[in-house]
Each structure stands twice: as C-alpha cells, then as structure tokens.
Design a protein around this ligand. Structure first.
Ligand SMILES: Nc1ncnc2c1ncn2[C@@H]1O[C@H](COP(=O)(O)OP(=O)(O)OP(=O)(O)O)[C@@H](O)[C@H]1O
Ligand SMILES: NC(=O)c1ccc[n+]([C@@H]2O[C@H](CO)[C@@H](O)[C@H]2O)c1
Length: 198
C-alpha cells in the first residue's frame, strides 16, 4: 500500500474546504482531516492587547490531537477511511499499487513544523483582501467576528503566516478550474507512486 499526503492551506475563505471536499469525492481512497475541527474552546483562546481573541495562531488549535489523527491515518489508512464512514475502493492491480490519499486542509497547516514535514504535495490558496473580506463577512463563525476583527487582526495575521509559503493557487478562479488543476496534479503523483516498485 502506498500513501500520499496533500496539504491545502491558505487564506481564510480562500475555498480550501470547498476544494478539499471536491477532491475527496473524485479521488478514490481519499479522506480529509480539517484543521478547523481542532479549535480550542473559546475560553482557552487568549485575548491580545487590542481585545481581539487570538484565533489565528497555532496556540488556538489542538495541534497535537491533529497530528495524532494524521498518524492514525498513516498507520492504517484503510481503517481510518472506514472509521470516517467511507468505503475503500480497491482499484489498482494489487494492494502494493493502491494509493491512499489524505487531504489535510486548513489555514495554518504549513506553519506547524511537525505537520508541514509530512506533506508530499502542498497547495496554498490566495484571494485578495477585498474578496476575502466580502466572503468572510457572509460567514458565521462561533463566536462571530467582532467589528474590525478582519482588517485589524485576521488579515495582518494571514500576511505574517503567508511568509513561510510555497505553491500558490488563485482562489478567484472558478471552483471547477481549481479542482481540475489540483486533481490533475494529484493524479500524476498517484500514477508516479503506482509506477514505483513497492
Ligand atoms: N472558487 C470559488 N469561487 C467563488 N467562491 C468560492 C470558491 N470556493 C469557495 N467559495 C466560497 O467561499 C466561501 C468560503 O469557502 P470555504 O469554506 O471553502 O473556504 P475556507 O478556505 O475553507 O474558509 P475557512 O478557512 O475560513 O473556513 C464559501 O462561501 C464558498 O462557497
Ligand atoms: N472555533 C472556530 O471554528 C472559529 C472561531 C472563531 C474564528 N474562527 C476563524 O476560523 C478561521 C480559520 O478557518 C480563522 O481565521 C479564525 O479567525 C474559527
């Protein structure tokens, strides 16, 4: 059995979850670990000097738990898939040629060194400030963004976190264009892995 870990990171509301879900539907034996599922309870997230809750830093997330889940997948991708309610679709000529794909999506996945080291493929979604602000204002986070949170906290934190990045995806492209580009790239990687001796 072979494995491929794909990271889809980038700006808030860039379209990471949308792209990850579409990829997961198209790629056999793939599943998703989403960083947004690992936020700490609101009472455990500190407030900065301006009174803003610091949600956009690694400390706001249970990263050890997230890494543990990635490890669970690495040890036994087939069981992990079943635990998520997904059915393995064994299509390659032998189990040695089968490629299991983990899609990890989230806004700070490349900023956490132990997680960053695990990726075989990395994509970083970007959209400009205005589009991001517009998309974000139509979302309901829990707790909701207080006034000024996006421009004074979320966007500056994004620019800081982005400094560590590599491959960029233009999140203003259509969902179909984004899916086609990344899907094609991942399929090539799966074929490359299948071709490698077990
Ligand atoms: N390619 C696209 N073009 C236009 N709108 C999109 C595109 N992809 C996603 N969207 C829309 O943008 C919003 C955010 O999408 P999504 O939840 O996938 O982003 P995200 O990067 O996972 O956000 P967050 O990290 O803040 O949870 C949604 O309303 C979604 O429908
Ligand atoms: N608990 C949450 O999911 C939560 C709460 C408040 C804010 N956020 C925002 O989620 C984005 C990443 O997807 C970050 O920009 C957070 O500000 C999430």
């Amino acid at each position: 059995m072979k494995t491929l870990i794909v990271g889809i990171g980038g700006v808030t509301n860039g379209g990471k979850t949308t792209l990850a879900n579409s990829l997961q539907e198209q790629i056999p034996n793939s599943c998703i670990i989403a960083q947004d599922s690992y936020f700490k309870d609101d009472c455990d997230v500190p407030v900065d000097s301006s009174g803003f809750k610091q949600y956009d830093i690694l400390d706001a997330l249970h990263m050890q738990t997230m890494i543990r889940d990635v490890d669970l997948w690495r040890r036994d991708p087939e069981s992990f898939l079943r635990q998520q309610g997904l059915k393995p679709q064994l299509i390659a000529p032998s189990i040695n040629k089968e490629v299991f794909v983990l899609i990890v999506e989230g806004f700070l996945i490349f900023n956490h060194r132990p997680l960053n080291e695990l990726f075989d493929k990395k994509y970083f979604m970007e959209i400009p400030y205005d589009a991001c602000k517009r998309r974000r204002s139509s979302r309901a986070y829990m707790p909701p963004d207080p006034p000024g949170y996006f421009s004074a906290y979320v966007w500056p934190m994004y620019l800081k976190n982005r400094e560590e990045m590599e491959i960029f995806l233009d999140g203003l492209k259509t969902k179909e264009e984004l899916l086609a580009a990344v899907y094609e790239d991942i399929c090539q990687e799966i074929e490359r892995l299948r071709g490698k001796s077990a």
